[in-house]
Design a protein around this ligand. Structure first.
Ligand code: FE2
Ligand code: FE2
Length: 217
């Protein structure tokens, strides 16, 4: 009997969600019980990845990148990254190593796996000294970093903060203003023109947000 291959996008989403849910539960140390399932207070890694995937769909259409490669890399780029891990960061390599196992029985085109792996292996770091190549690798870097700027990034940041430390409005403001300094470097490192322009808009939004927050408190 010939078995039908799994749809690769839902296989990626499930593989990611299984890992991030367990890891978030471990890190938070508690969860909500909903319909027989233990759900973490905030699944930061899944929320971040979903934003990266959505940005990937947008950027692929803007620059004519290969959507299979970019979206698969977007789903899986952080698929083995653990919350709160300290010391040597190997999460890009770990994710690249998990690729074959996740895509094995799916309909993902085999000839696109090495380009997907290349994108994942090169997505780390908050600044670049020179633009990345090829296009899909450059795009993954851009959308991963764009997800750390803008309105949704605030929700991600504020949602995960209490898992690391007690949160207060003042702490969020101080951390946010510190992040702005790094965010400028991220904006200046974008590879593609649409991401550069989107990053500038998002940076401006964040700058104004923290300015307003400081004025309020
Ligand atoms: Fe990452
Ligand atoms: Fe990421």
């Amino acid at each position: 009997m010939i078995s039908t291959p799994l749809q690769w996008q839902s296989a990626c989403e499930h593989a990611l969600r299984d890992f991030t849910r367990q890891d978030a539960l471990r890190f938070w140390g508690w969860g909500h019980d909903i319909d027989g399932l233990r759900v973490p207070a905030f699944d930061y890694r899944f929320e971040h990845t979903l934003a990266v995937v959505k940005l990937g769909r947008w950027l692929a259409s803007q620059v004519n990148a290969d959507e299979d490669i970019l979206i698969c890399a977007a789903w899986l780029h952080d698929c083995r990254k653990r919350l709160g891990s300290k010391g040597f960061d190997n999460h890009a390599n770990d994710a690249a190593d998990a690729l074959d196992g996740i895509l094995d029985s799916t309909d993902f085109p085999r000839h696109k796996i090495s380009a997907t792996r290349h994108a994942i292996l090169n997505h780390v770091g908050l600044t670049l000294s020179e633009p990345l190549e090829p296009l899909e690798t450059a795009c993954l870097w851009d959308v991963d970093k764009l997800s750390k700027l803008g309105a949704a990034s605030l929700i991600h940041f504020i949602g995960i903060t209490p898992a690391f430390q007690p949160a207060s409005t003042w702490e969020i403001l101080k951390k946010g203003e510190k992040w702005l300094e790094l965010a400028r470097g991220i904006m200046d490192s974008m590879n593609t023109a649409p991401a550069k322009s989107e990053a500038a808009k998002r940076f401006e939004f964040l700058r104004n947000y923290y300015k307003q927050l400081r004025a309020e408190i």
